[in-house]
Write a protein that binds this ligand. Structure first.
Ligand code: KG4
Ligand code: ZN
Length: 338
């Protein structure tokens, strides 16, 4: 029997709608206001919100069309409830609630961080318990996952998220926005061993992350290099990008492996925009292998923000009868475990 779920995601700068049949992705339409934020070097909330209002109906219609079904066939709506920009979240939530009311079908509010962690489960069967890792533009966290509705926070960033640090460093290096893909591209031709940026250490029993120190070290290095002709000759921008990417990667990998070992979890499921990074995937795979941890990544298109991952987790919550009602609203600071 077919069970069509419509997913809606509007937490930041991507406006997305997706149709799933069971756990099979029939369509996943993503449009982004990223080009409008470029000249500001970061997401401008008001611009993101207006873009969502303009494009939300369009992405839903396109997702239905690509899936080859009509609205009346949808049996469940799943929408991102938080964390994210309040105005942006409200666009998706208002649409989801209107459709739920009009079609008389249930609506489920989904935690965006849980959806990133759950994303690999759309294409692979993975049974909890496992360690979940989100590395994105807004968040970097580790969570112990026992079921679709049981997440427990293990560690999180104390300052910048990894993606945010990449975006800021790219700005310092003049590589444009978003910084993650730009740094990855630049790092490919660089030598990662010419400079060593510091890696934050927060203690043995602590699984929190910190990236702002690494970012500040880049800023000071770039200032120093601007004053010195010989440094400019010796160290290229690509070398700085490679060394910086490496210290972010090693911070994430080191902390994650330590957390898996201490919590005795031999499965790791990673998600979020920065997990699209090839070097991070390689290093996580290598270290997981040598520590006998099985690691799972979603396909690259499911790493960055999209509605398929929201529909995927929403469907699991629905099966556990965890759906919402029309009093549901945006929770901009929603945490892991809620
Ligand atoms: O998950 P996401 O789309 O949005 C949030 O929920 O935050 O992640 C966006 C972040 C941005 O900071 C972007 O620079 C980073 O993911 N990113 C990457 C790559 N692709 C996107 N970082 C490193 N390497 C990439 N290939
Ligand atoms: Zn995200």
């Amino acid at each position: 029997m077919s069970m069509f779920t419509l997913g809606i995601e509007t937490s930041c700068d991507e406006t997305s709608a997706s149709v799933l049949n069971g756990h099979r992705v029939l369509s996943n339409i993503v449009t982004s206001s990223v080009h409008l934020h470029k000249r500001f070097g970061g997401v401008v909330p008001e611009i993101a919100c207006r873009y969502h209002v303009e494009y939300i109906s369009y992405v839903i219609e396109k997702a239905l069309k690509k899936a080859g079904i009509g609205l009346p066939e949808i049996k469940l709506i799943s929408v991102t409830q938080g964390p994210g920009l309040v105005g942006a979240l409200l666009v998706g939530i208002s649409m989801a609630k209107s459709l739920s009311f009009a079609l008389d079908i249930p609506v489920v509010g989904v935690n965006h961080l849980h959806a990133h962690i759950w994303s690999a489960i759309l294409s692979e069967r993975i049974r909890p318990p496992f360690m979940g890792l989100v590395v994105s533009g807004g968040h970097t966290c580790l969570a112990k996952v026992q079921a679709a509705d049981r997440f427990k926070l293990i560690g999180q960033t104390r300052d910048d998220a990894a993606g945010e640090a990449l975006d800021k460093a790219a700005k310092i290096l003049g590589l444009g926005y978003p910084g993650g893909p730009a740094i990855e591209k630049m790092a490919r031709s660089g030598n990662l061993k010419k400079i060593k940026f510091p890696k934050a250490r927060l203690g043995e029993d602590n699984f929190d992350f910190s990236f702002s120190g690494i970012k500040t070290a880049v800023l000071y290095f770039v200032r120093e290099r601007e004053k010195s002709a010989s440094l400019k000759r010796k160290i290229k921008t690509s070398d700085i990008a490679a060394a910086f990417q490496e210290s972010i990667v090693e911070s994430v990998v080191g902390n994650t492996i330590r957390a898996c070992r201490q919590k005795k979890l031999n499965k790791l499921v990673a998600g979020g925009g920065v997990i699209a990074n090839k070097r991070l995937r390689e290093r996580l795979s290598t270290e997981c292998n040598s520590n006998r941890i099985k690691v799972y990544f979603p396909p690259r298109e499911l790493c960055v923000d999209n509605a398929a991952i929201v529909a995927g987790l929403g469907r699991e919550l629905f099966k556990k009868r965890k759906y919402s009602d029309l009093s549901m609203t945006a929770v901009p600071d929603l945490k892991i475990g809620n």
